[in-house]
Design a protein around this ligand. Structure first.
Ligand code: PGA
Length: 241
């Protein structure tokens, strides 16, 4: 069982997302049939797509879950530029990314605010992909573990619908993923206090996905750039063990 999640960020239009999702769902249907035929139940996968907010689509696909990249921790109200739980519910959305490094660094989301969001969407029963990851200066200073632990302040680590994505900031969108040894070491550390699925993210593509998915304590991947093309994302999914 592996988890594959596509984060489109601020890319693709609604029309493009619609075509993409139809194509992906059909492909996953074919994969499902194939693994049933060969009784490869271990190859079962869970696939999420997080489209741009303006391209949210009803969550009616058979094999892919559509989720939200972001939302404010409210039902609705006077929060210009935000979407709340009411808007997500209209689309049947029940999964969300929280704590992505682009939200933390570009939009200044504090650990406090992130913890509030987490508590709100956990109470609403959402699948939460909670993102953590250090920048290059932390990696070079050798304080990675303390840094990652601090990103769990205020976060309920035993929330039943939690998935954690480790995404080193220096590997996001750079085309250079962390190496297998670094991923293995960091995931072993995370596993020492987390009993939930652990994803790796940061320049995952169709070439490196297979070796990453095989690393101990890696239960799947969160993919940005390489997920924008449906055929590439399908190849990544084929790397399931
Ligand atoms: P990337 O992005 O695959 O383009 O590095 C990953 C992410 O930010 O989730």
């Amino acid at each position: 069982m592996a988890i594959f999640a596509a984060n489109f960020k601020c890319n693709l239009t609604r029309a493009q997302t619609k075509t993409y999702l139809a194509e992906l769902d059909a492909y996953l249907g074919y994969l499902e049939q194939d693994s049933n035929k060969h009784q490869d139940s271990h190859k079962h996968t869970e696939v999420f797509v997080f489209p741009n907010q303006a391209a949210l689509l009803e969550n009616t696909y058979k094999f892919v879950r559509v989720g939200a990249q972001n939302a404010h921790c409210v039902e609705n109200g006077g929060f210009t530029g935000e979407i709340g739980a009411e808007q997500l519910r209209e689309f049947g959305i029940d999964s969300i990314l929280i704590g992505h490094s682009e939200r933390r660094t570009i939009f200044g989301e504090s650990q406090d605010y992130i913890a509030q969001k987490f508590a709100y969407f956990a109470k609403a029963g959402f699948r939460i992909i909670y993102c953590i990851g250090e920048d290059l200066s932390v990696r070079q200073s050798g304080d990675v573990e303390a840094f990652l632990r601090a990103e769990f302040e205020g976060i309920s680590r035993d929330y039943k619908n939690l998935i954690v994505a480790y995404e080193p900031i220096w590997a996001i969108g750079t085309g250079v993923s962390a190496n297998v040894e670094d991923i293995e070491r960091t995931h072993a550390f995370l596993r020492s206090f987390l009993n939930v699925p652990l994803l790796y993210g940061g320049s995952v593509n169709e070439t490196n996905a297979q070796e990453i998915v095989r690393v101990a304590n890696v239960d799947g991947v969160l993919v940005g750039s390489a997920s924008l093309d449906c055929a590439r994302f399908c190849k990544i999914i084929e790397s399931r063990c």
